[in-house]
Ligand binder design. Structure first.
Ligand code: 5GP
Length: 193
């Protein structure tokens, strides 16, 4: 098992910045991209499907996956655990797909150590005020969760400079095009390199 082979794109950014919408559009526009479905101990939201948005697991199952070294990375976020399956990523890469990991800044640091060839993209809001406005608008979290996530966002923003690329989500179509441009450049460099 060689985790260095193939292309992996890590996308991080604070809650509410629009990572899911951006990734949905990337997948629709580029047939060679796939998203690795993460494991989480968080409860599903009303619009989420098990096995599609996440694989939702109880804490003991998550702990067993970590103990069995089945996670490429994992991290706690706002009281819940999230992790990337090593096997899922390997399967996608073996099948020739480029894999997108939508993970938090702590998980990204682990991937940086384990897959140094991955490309790290940070999606940033135009401003913190705009981020708060977007999070309130989506009505998927309680007021308490929203304020916890806003505090985490302040910390996450400090990690932006550790990423290979920072893309500002001022306009979704523009941000999607910018990320696609990055992916195409990395692909081209990989083919010639
Ligand atoms: P949400 O609860 O909004 O779906 O996700 C909360 C945070 O967890 C987001 O920053 C998201 O990117 C991150 N996240 C989702 N899946 C994973 C994962 O597999 N690993 C890590 N480290 N973070 C993840």
């Amino acid at each position: 098992m060689n985790e260095r082979r193939g292309l992996v794109f890590v996308i991080s950014g604070p809650s509410g910045v629009g990572k899911d919408a951006l990734i949905d559009r990337l997948l629709a526009k580029d047939p060679n991209l796939r998203r690795s479905v993460s494991f989480t101990t968080r409860h599903p939201r009303a619009n989420e499907k098990d096995g599609v948005d996440y694989t939702f697991v109880p804490r003991d199952k998550f702990d067993r996956l970590v103990a069995g070294d089945e996670m490429l990375e994992h991290a706690a976020y706002d009281g819940n655990l999230y992790g990337t399956s090593r096997e899922r990523v390997n399967q996608l890469r073996t099948a020739g797909y480029e894999t997108i990991l939508k993970i938090d800044v702590k998980g990204a640091q682990q991937v940086r150590r384990r897959l140094p060839d991955a490309t790290f993209i940070f999606l940033a809001p135009p401003s913190m005020a705009e981020l708060v406005r977007r999070t309130a608008k989506r009505h998927t979290e309680s007021a308490e969760e929203q304020s916890a996530r806003a505090m985490i966002a302040e910390t996450e923003m400090k990690y932006a400079s550790h990423y290979d690329h920072v893309v500002v989500n001022d306009d979704l179509d523009r941000a999607v095009d910018e990320v696609l441009g990055i992916i195409q450049k990395v692909r081209a460099a990989h083919l010639t390199g």
